[in-house]
Design a protein around this ligand. Structure first.
Ligand SMILES: Cc1ncc(COP(=O)(O)O)c(C=O)c1O
Length: 398
């Protein structure tokens, strides 16, 4: 039976990683893979993680299962981190949380929950959105539609078009929003725009599904959660998928959670029984290690302070690189305005060149990015910035 399966096309990012590895040119630059890098090109283990890991390992007395909702202390600490201490949804006991295998696991749990409640739910995603949102959300059978989001002419958000589309949705439509550091565009909603959106969600009875995968890497830990905090305070139902992969550097430990804010503690308890059933049917129990580390960091004032310092350093490096890149590009490509890159947030931006130019950058200059020209800003460093800007200039000239 299995011999009927035909080979699938290679995943574009994995394909790009293979090409990069095989390239022997010492000048090669990897702006494709979406992981944070330091100035030496490493994806470091944070010091707060190393410290907490020792404590966790020293204390661990069993490898027995953690239970389908995962580490309760981690779930609670993450609810406070995302929503802020004393958030009204926490104070009124309207938040229910389940640990998940990374942000991807949380996104799938949320989508499966919507399907359980209303199988015909349509989930609306931004144009463009992170490529993996599509299979994660539609893989459980939900229909996906799109709303306008990125404006290549300005490097910002097509806010009026976005609102226009959302205004036309039927009540109980789900809308997937990026809390901050929009992947792949780097174009985020302003606080004023979040407030305007809130009115639309209230008026149209829409269900927000907010993906927060970069808290702390955009503007600040609280600032990057502004929209989540506002929506969870003001709306009866919100689902929030959280990833600790980037801001805690825990990628391979598969650490994340799903928070669901509902109308009442009783509704929340019922929702949690469904989330447990869904988790049991997919992977049963989440892994422990990453969540135990995050719980330890957030519970220990020294660990928390160290994490804030480390996430601030990552953010400052990315913001600094954005400004340096704009300066270098202004020098090498004076006829084109790349200023939007400095106004955007997080690890990603679209360079705004076409597929042929992306290929030329790869084949002639050993610079790797996805075909849509998404660049991972953290892949740049003092040694390759100028080289990269000159490569872009040459490709634009041809
Ligand atoms: C927008 C977005 N959401 C969620 C995730 C989930 O990441 P993970 O499953 O590794 O925690 C990512 C990772 O790249 C992302 O970019």
């Amino acid at each position: 039976m299995l011999e009927r399966l035909e080979r699938l096309p290679i995943d574009p990012i994995l394909g790009l990683m293979g090409l990069f590895r095989a390239d022997t040119d010492p000048r090669k630059v990897d702006l494709g893979v979406g992981v944070y890098r330091d100035d030496q090109g490493h994806t470091p283990i944070l010091s707060c993680v190393r410290r907490a890991e020792q404590t966790v390992l020293g204390r661990q007395a069993t490898k027995s299962y953690v239970g389908p909702t995962g580490n309760i202390g981690f779930n609670q600490a993450m609810a406070r981190l995302v929503l802020g201490e004393g958030h009204p949804a926490l104070a009124s006991d309207r938040v229910r949380s389940i640990q998940a295998p990374g942000g991807c696991g949380a996104l799938r749990l949320g989508a499966e929950l919507f399907r359980s409640a209303q199988p015909e739910t349509v989930v609306h995603v931004s144009t463009p959105t992170w490529a993996n949102h599509i299979p994660l959300v539609s893989g459980c059978g939900l229909k996906l539609e799109r709303y306008p989001y990125y404006d290549p002419a300005t490097g910002g958000v097509k806010f009026d078009a976005m609102v226009g589309t959302l205004e036309g949705l039927s009540p109980r439509s789900a809308v997937l929003l990026h809390a901050s550091c929009h992947n792949p565009t780097g174009a985020d909603l302003s606080e004023g725009q979040w407030r305007e959106l809130l009115d639309v969600f209230k008026r149209r009875s829409l269900l927000p599904f907010i993906d927060i995968a970069y808290q702390g890497l955009g503007t600040g830990v609280a600032e990057d959660a502004f929209g989540v905090r506002l929506f969870c305070a003001e709306l009866p139902e919100v689902a929030v998928a959280v990833s600790c992969s980037k801001n805690f550097g825990l990628y391979r430990e598969r650490t994340g959670c799903l928070h669901v804010i509902s109308e009442s503690p009783t509704a929340g308890d019922a929702i949690l029984t469904h989330l447990v059933r869904i988790a049991r049917s997919i992977y049963s129990m989440p892994p422990d290690h990453g969540a135990a580390i995050v719980q330890e960091i957030l519970a220990d004032p020294t660990g928390r302070e160290q994490w804030i310092d480390e996430v601030t350093a990552m953010r400052k490096r990315i913001t600094g690189l954005r400004h340096q890149l704009v300066k270098q590009l202004a020098r090498s490509c004076p006829h084109r305005d790349f200023g939007f890159i400095a106004a955007q947030r997080g690890m990603f931006s679209f360079l705004g060149v076409d597929t042929a130019q992306v290929r030329a950058l790869r084949e002639q200059h050993h610079v790797y990015m996805t075909d849509d020209s998404r660049i991972n800003i953290a892949g740049l460093c003092a040694d390759n910035l100028e080289y990269f800007a000159q490569a872009v200039a040459q490709v634009l000239r041809n």
